[in-house]
Design a protein around this ligand. Sequence first.
Ligand SMILES: Nc1ncnc2c1ncn2[C@@H]1O[C@H](COP(=O)(O)OP(=O)(O)O)[C@@H](O)[C@H]1O
Ligand SMILES: [Mg+2]
Length: 266
Amino acid sequence: MQYADIPRKSKDNKTKVIAIINQKGGVGKSTTAVNLAAALGDLKYKILVIDFDPQGNTTSGFGVDKEALESCIYDALLQGQDIKELVCETSADNVFLVPATIQLAGAEIELVSAMARESVLKELLIPIQDDFDYVFIDCPPSLGLLTINALVASQSLLVPIQCEYYALEGVTKLLESMKMVQSHLNPDLEIFGVLMTMYDSRTTLSKQVVGEVQEYFGDAVFKTVIPRTVKLSEAPSHGLPINKYAWFNKGATAYKSLAKEVVKRG
Ligand SMILES: Nc1ncnc2c1ncn2[C@@H]1O[C@H](COP(=O)(O)OP(=O)(O)O)[C@@H](O)[C@H]1O
Ligand SMILES: [Mg+2]
């Protein structure tokens, strides 16, 4: 089925383009990209996920075989391929993907000499984004040119923060990058929400970290907290989102509740 044949849910609302971003690796960006998208898909929203990390964890997490791909987001960014040709189905209902492979690693350097190098992704998304209710961009763990492209292409940012020591470390740098992009290229860019991930209810550390982050970000922090659960880390090796791999698991419940909060925030 072609993605264009499926209707979006909200006809008059504008598409929300949200970057899932934190230059720290391993904080739950890709896990959130896959499972939040899948939970919104279950609510009948039509979702596009752009895998923008050369590691391609989101691509494989959705059950798309990277080895079998002839092209990926790199080819749209730097080889002039039509991004529409790259949109593929995923293991999640109502969720479509523009995949990434390790080829995307080259883009970080090759983009340097591109025309309007910070806005390449934005230009690519304009012709397709209105086909979807939400577009999520899963960012790489750096503040390089790929991430800057994501900041320019997005309306807002979803920042996963792991419940761990030094959780807020690096956040100032991320906010500096956000401000730089706001002042030059994307004045309306805002924080959509801050998501606490890998919460362990048995430790006081998790509670402390949530408190610290709430003090720093206030209401921007989602009420939903994502628990640490083995099922969430197992699901990607089966190429499935948690709502298909273990719908009864607390991780599935948490992403479902996050999806409802996301819809409420508009
Ligand atoms: N809530 C969670 N509970 C258990 N494991 C998790 C959870 N969220 C993420 N993980 C695991 O932690 C690792 C890093 O998560 P990932 O989403 O890939 O982070 P990032 O994209 O920020 O690098 C992965 O192995 C993932 O399966
Ligand atoms: Mg990732």
